[in-house]
Design a protein around this ligand. Structure first.
Ligand code: AKG
Ligand code: FE2
Length: 339
């Protein structure tokens, strides 16, 4: 995977900028900061702005942009937390990193969160959590996370998934494959553009993975998710330009198409072709990976958690190119949280 490597002047400029913003806001989730993020982002080094602009508009075959070279102070960020449900004070040691993630993400679109995931936070903390080892979600560890598009079950899923790594001592790979140039039988390809397929909500959006407060709070919070589980809509897997399509897929949370052998055959052919392409991507501290969530799939290899305060840890965020399309699912125009 090619990387965009910051030079020392660019690092200094970014550190100055994140420091300035951190002095004004005590949380990267502050609505005032989120409102201004795309303005602050214009103060980032021009070479970086140009590269992310190019990534957004030219949709390169790589379908992934890795920003490298931002130094993470391993002492300053403290121990890897034991759970994602952190207070603003517990998040303070990584405030500058979260600010950088939001600024860089704002060059691709608007950062969004989900009311049903990590208590509506825009920036998620992802680390292995004790007791969750066998789970098929980011905070699991001993199960491979099967490759998927992020939040594939939801029509408002992000155009990009951003992950900023703070720690990865055992070099546990993220897995990745771009869809671009994939060769399939033309009949299978055409079939994948037809609405035969059902994707159920992944476990990270389900009530059993809510925070304590959400679990006992709004009882209607999970109504949409429940409906998606009981009355799922049939959708196409591919869309857009037939010669360079967009993808929406999460095989682990999809049932076989039993009423249409042609659709099932096409699905299996696509899964096999992507499986053959899936490659390891080891992300190291300070690196930010932007996955084009319409053009690529990602997952994670299984690993053994340490639980010693030094575990693999990253900040995660979704980005949409069009905030307006989710307006009816958000409380006000500027809100970033999809209900
Ligand atoms: O842990 C990783 O590298 C990626 C896991 C994943 O699929 C996610 O957090 O969305
Ligand atoms: Fe994911």
């Amino acid at each position: 995977m090619p990387r965009f490597v910051l030079d020392s002047d660019e690092v200094a400029a970014l550190k100055k900028l994140t420091g300035e913003i951190a002095a004004k806001y005590s949380s990267a989730e502050d609505p005032e900061f989120l409102l201004e993020a795309s303005v602050w982002a214009q103060e980032m080094p021009r070479r970086l702005r140009a590269a992310l602009n190019d990534f957004r508009l030219t949709e390169p075959a790589s379908a992934c942009f890795v920003l490298s070279g931002y130094p993470v102070d391993d002492e300053k960020i403290g121990r890897t937390p034991e759970h994602w449900d952190l207070t603003a004070a517990q998040r303070a040691p990584t405030l500058e990193e979260e600010i950088l993630l939001i600024l860089a993400g704002s060059l691709l679109g608007d950062c969004i969160g989900w009311r049903t995931q990590q208590a509506g936070r825009i920036v998620h903390d992802v680390m292995p959590v004790k007791g969750m080892e066998q789970e098929q979600i980011g905070i699991g560890s001993e199960q491979t996370i099967w490759w998927h598009t992020e939040d594939a079950f939801h029509p408002l899923h992000g155009d990009y998934l951003a992950m900023m790594f703070l720690r990865n001592p055992d070099r546990v790979p993220t897995t990745f494959a771009s869809l671009e140039g994939l060769e399939l039988d033309p009949e299978d390809w055409r079939t994948l553009f037809e609405p035969h397929y059902v994707i159920k909500p992944d476990n990270s959006h389900r009530p059993e993975n809510a925070s304590e407060t959400d679990e006992h709070g709004d009882e209607h919070l999970y109504d949409t998710i429940r409906k998606m589980l009981t009355e799922p809509e049939k959708i196409p897997i591919l869309s857009g330009d037939p010669s360079s399509p967009y993808i929406r897929i999460d095989p682990y949370f999809m049932d076989p198409v039993t009423d249409n052998p042609r659709a099932q055959k096409a699905f299996e052919a696509l899964v096999q072709a992507l499986d053959a392409r899936i490659a390891d991507l080891v992300l190291m501290p300070g690196e930010i990976c932007f996955v084009d969530n319409r053009k690529a799939v990602h997952g994670r290899r299984a690993f053994k958690a340490r639980y010693d305060g030094r575990d693999r840890w990253f900040k995660r965020m979704s980005i949409t190119r069009d905030l307006r399309k989710s307006r009816t699912s958000r409380t006000d125009a500027a809100s970033r949280v999809i209900l």
